[in-house]
Write a protein that binds this ligand. Sequence first.
Ligand code: GTP
Ligand code: MN
Ligand code: MN
Length: 613
Amino acid sequence: MTIIHERPRAETTTSQGDDAAGALRAWVDQVAALTQPDHVVWCDGTDRERHEITQTLLDEGKLIRLNGEYRPGSYLARSDPADVARVESRTFICSKRREDAGPTNNWVEPGEMKRELIEHFDGAMRGRTMYVVPFSMGPVGGRLSKLGVELTDSAYVVLNMHIMTRVGSAALAQIDAGDDWVKALHSVGAPLIDEAGVRHDDVLWPSSPDKYISHFPEDREIWSFGSGYGGNALLGKKSFALRIASVIARDEGWLAEHMLLIKLTNPVGRTFHIAAAFPSACGKTNLAMLRSTLPGWSVETLGDDIAWLRQGEDGRLWAINPEAGFFGVAPGTAAATNPNAMETIWGNTVFTNAALTDDGDIWWEGMTKHAPEHLTDWTGASWKPGLGRPAAHPNARFTVAAAQCPSIADDWEAHDGVPLDAIVFGGRRASNVPLVVEARDWEHGVFIGATVASEQTAAAEGAVGELRRDPFAMLPFCGYNMADYWGHWLAVGERLGDRAPAVFNVNWFRKGEDGRFLWPGFGENIRVLKWIAERLEGEGAASESPLGLVPAAGALDLDGTDVTDSDLDALFAVDPAAWNAEADLTEQYFATFGDRVPAPLRRQLAQLRRRLG
Ligand code: GTP
Ligand code: MN
Ligand code: MN
């Protein structure tokens, strides 16, 4: 980096503004004194800056420029093989009291954690540049938006933050004007100058075996050390917009959720806004970009991963997508399954851990039916089909601006957000969970959300396929005690009253005895959305099941699919024995939260048992 953008002198006139600018500068100085970077660069979010950062990464060999004929303005990054996903075992919620972090989070006393982190951050940026990245989650100045500043020694992180958040002077001006902001400190933890003062060559993906993704909810601070990857390093995303924001939301009476956000339009032009929470790699990006197979029905994209929900003056729940881009799972993304995603990534995209074709484009498993004859795999090694290992990492990702999505809704940046009509929960369940169920009311909906279980995917470390509880798809992202979070959802529902969105549960992943998916999924999921919309209009027919309301016979539009009657039966089958066993597991799960589980949820469990008989 040759050009150092010095922070312009604050031009604010109010004393509050001077204080705010001073507080930011003092923090930057303090971190620089601790981490000892060669340079400090204040980011302005301009295209020029993005080009400079990109050029730096290209010069260092950390990005590969893709063939401009196929993928203009696009680049491939390859991570260290030990730094490919979120590290939940090294993610900490350091609230003052252990019980406020709850049994689902790793907890360390904040003073102790900061002492440990300061040792790691001491000199951590030697020989590197520290970037000061002011950003807004949500449109700058929006009613539900929040500000942050990430300090990072990774140019790759800056490049991704440029795409994923609103970086730059407008956010900085808001901070200077005195708005609250979140401190997000990040280092890859690989100084280029050692203790003896000797300078070392950089590696292509610097990182550290010692990783910490630490959150201090009371201080609204994030300290991330040792990883350069995704949710560990792009701190606006999981760390801020979910973990810290969920705590702010608890304190301020709103909700920060791991949800996609869409606008559904029916054939007479009525629109419905729907938010859906599925665990990582369970179909949010796909549903967010759904291309309808039903004439007259369409889906527009508002967000694919995170939604912030807040009651509006009209008493309804309003939602924004706080992000500006998509950090989507690459493998499985194909023209056949998610054409909108494929068209979104036509160019100006950063790919991480995808495979490289011999003519300079990217490829991953599932993109085409047959793999190219030869590739360079995500580790940089030569690859041919039949080697028995994937060419792209299963958690390979694309980073791309939301504005490039052909299905993006006109009002995706609306400052007040959109009013929500329905909330959908879901997971990856080979058995037991029906294709779609409607909750009887908000309280039942919270029970359904609280008891979501899903098969583990490659988005985090751990054994893929194992069933784990993932309440509200927030297990790795809730910044406080999960049982308190359920209580918060119940309290929000009480305030919403009859204005509350309807709640549903879906499962695209149920399998037949032969092991195949019973439901065609993807674009055909519009049929489930159609039934949901009809229910919202008071039209769609439903029948009672022990789990909630399911489509009455013939109410689910299956015209033109090859779903057989027996598939349909299997998709909605409720096995009381299996569900009683699940209820036992739920009781055990609730017990891990002790007496913090809200009474309404225990009541819901008892009612479920009664209905199961
Ligand atoms: P994060 O971005 O990690 O939070 O995950 P996500 O929820 O956005 O997951 P994504 O949409 O990227 O889906 C991940 C995987 O689910 C891919 O392998 C998809 O092919 C698969 N998938 C998505 N929708 C469907 C569906 O309707 N049916 C089936 N069978 N698979 C699906
Ligand atoms: Mn996610
Ligand atoms: Mn996604």
